[in-house]
Write a protein that binds this ligand. Structure first.
Ligand code: PLP
Length: 376
């Protein structure tokens, strides 16, 4: 039997999503940029789905720019802020996804921007006083801080950060890849300029996502060569995946509370099972706390001779989870997130278990049985 507890890495495509995509892939082959009727049909499909997505997020359809996923959306936000909106500084955090950190570092090299890292409190939340100090002087700035951390599930207060940014004339981008379709999102109220989405994190297809760019921000092209996506992102559109993304979002928002309750209950079962197996179990970033991202549990196991092999041994038992730490030659190296947030402990293995709506109670029981066997 295999048990999939790596839903923060990616999720299984929902059957309804697959069903929605097949007819589009089969029948809607027209190029949306063609002027003939077959092409125009494809254009209509894209725009209908863009509007459906925008309705869920309470924003205008023209603010949604389709991309190949979260990485491209993050890249587009940071690069546009620097190159088109003339930001000379990016403030971010060492615990961000590499799509943000690496892009910011690359912009330091290519465009000479200043890069400042904001401090965290020991629980992983951003120190807003430090952010205020950073924002109180300096050049035009983009703040990029993720909504929920993909490894430890710490959730930042977008409302407060966005309000701070507005008060200091800074732009605000948030990587919402792990929270989109897991939490309600009302962009008509949130003071934010960019958010990123990736469909494969909520039972949509891989290779599709979008960047929301607030109305009024004039952004040029990152991918040249075509006028698609209002010249921001050239290339013939991935129509069937856009349809799959919109369907996955519809399913997620339709039953949001039910999915959340189900996943929270599975996570609580794993937490209590782990506590009864180990006296010295810890949860990085307080990821067992209900205020944290409910789909993620980052577990720090007590020192054990098999720690370095835990991920591999669980895989042999049919349990798919992921390493909050990379192990080589028995040495725990630690992920950049665990190190940035000071959760890294070379004596302990950190594993991330992440849940989705298709997980069941029996998955949790099987996982606990396998964990007990591996750590016995
Ligand atoms: N940002 C976060 C927080 C993620 O967890 C991921 C996926 O791992 C990404 C960005 C990248 O998304 P994609 O795989 O769609 O490029």
């Amino acid at each position: 039997m295999s048990v999939y507890l790596d839903n923060a890495a990616t999720t299984a495509v929902a059957p309804e999503v697959l069903e929605s995509m097949i007819p589009v892939l089969r029948d809607s082959y027209g190029n949306p940029s063609s002027s003939h009727a077959i092409g125009r049909k494809s254009r209509v499909i894209i725009e209908q789905n863009r509007r459906a997505i925008a309705r869920h997020l309470h924003c205008h359809a023209k603010t949604i720019y389709f991309t190949s996923g979260g990485t491209e959306a993050d890249n587009l936000a940071l690069r546009s802020a620097v190159r088109d909106l003339k930001c000379k500084r990016i403030i971010t955090s060492a615990a961000e996804h590499s799509a943000v950190i690496k892009t910011a570092e690359s912009l330091v090299r290519s465009d000479g921007i200043v890069l400042d890292l904001v401090n965290h409190f020991p629980d992983g939340t951003v120190d807003l006083e430090h952010l205020t100090t950073l924002l109180s002087d300096g050049p035009k700035t983009l703040v990029s801080l993720m909504h929920a951390n993909n490894e430890v599930g710490v959730v930042q207060d977008l409302e407060r950060i966005g309000t701070l940014c507005k008060a200091h004339g800074a732009l605000f981008h948030s990587d919402t890849v792990q929270t989109m379709c897991h939490y309600p999102m009302d962009l008509s109220k949130l003071p934010i300029d960019f958010i990123a989405c990736s469909a494969h994190k909520f039972h949509g297809p891989k290779g599709i996502g979008f960047l929301y760019i607030a109305e009024g921000l004039k952004v040029g092209g990152q991918i040249e060569g075509g006028g698609q996506e209002r010249s921001v992102r050239g290339g013939t559109e991935n129509i069937h995946s856009i349809v799959g993304l919109a369907k996955a979002m519809e399913l997620a928002y339709h039953d949001l509370n039910e999915h959340e309750l189900h996943i929270r209950s599975l996570k609580a079962q794993l937490v209590s099972g782990l506590k009864s197996l180990f006296s010295d179990i810890r949860f990085n970033g307080d990821s067992d706390d209900p205020s944290r991202l409910y789909t993620v549990l980052n577990v720090s196991f007590p020192p054990h001779p098999k720690n370095g092999m835990a991920l591999f041994l669980l895989d042999l038992e049919g349990i798919a989870c992921s390493g909050g730490s990379a192990c080589s030659s028995g040495a725990t190296l630690g992920s950049h997130v665990l190190r940035a947030l000071d959760f890294h402990d070379s004596e302990r293995a950190s594993l991330r278990f992440s849940f989705g709506r298709y997980n069941t109670e029996s998955d949790i029981k099987e996982a606990l049985t396998a964990i007990e066997k591996v750590f016995s």
